[in-house]
Design a protein around this ligand. Structure first.
Ligand code: FES
Length: 177
């Protein structure tokens, strides 16, 4: 369970500290979305999705801006965002490894692959390595059941895996910058 305290994310396992960095184009894009959407019905959810898409996660600073512009309590935004698993309060790593645990993949050993990768990366699913390089997560069926078990690294799909092959995939990305 994650708890947000300013810019310090505290989990049961470890504490990860990171700085909020915003590019000029992210700032402009989000401000344009705020101006465009804030008067619309359901603006809260749409803007949370926009923020997640633009920044890759929901930075505390951006949520504060949203709360101010929408004139809603910050706690309300946090409570909406924590309800949906699509939102995260922590920046994702450069490489997001998503192991499919849909039925076809699960019965072919996806659970073991996920455990194995978690142990190699020394993180739990849903967490990011301290160097910010990898995020590990599980996901639902990605529509490649014929290749089960599968995983994705960002948008690249790898299929017909076993523990050894998935470790090889990981090593390939570990060698990348
Ligand atoms: S269940 Fe994994 S791709 Fe369909």
């Amino acid at each position: 369970m994650l708890e947000m305290k300013g810019m310090k994310i505290v989990s049961e396992k470890k504490t990860v500290q990171f700085d909020f960095v915003e590019t000029e184009s992210q700032k402009k894009e989000f401000e344009a979305a705020l101006t465009r959407l804030k008067e619309q019905r359901g603006a809260q959810m749409t803007l949370l999705q926009e923020a997640q898409r633009i920044y890759g996660y929901l930075p505390a600073e951006v949520l504060k801006r949203m709360a101010r512009d929408l004139d809603v309590p910050l706690e309300e935004l946090y409570s909406t965002a924590t309800f949906y698993s699509q939102f995260t309060f922590v920046p994702k790593g450069k490489y997001t490894i998503s192991v499919c645990i849909g039925t076809a993949c699960y019965v072919k050993g996806a659970g073991d692959i996920l455990d194995d990768l978690a142990s190699s990366l020394n993180i739990q699913p849903g967490e990011t390595t301290e160097d910010g390089k990898f995020t590990l997560e599980s996901c639902r069926c990605i529509g490649a059941c014929g290749l089960a078990p599968v995983l994705k690294v960002n948008e690249e799909v790898y299929g017909r895996l076993n523990k050894k092959k998935s470790e090889k995939v990981l090593v390939t990305y570990q060698k990348e910058e």
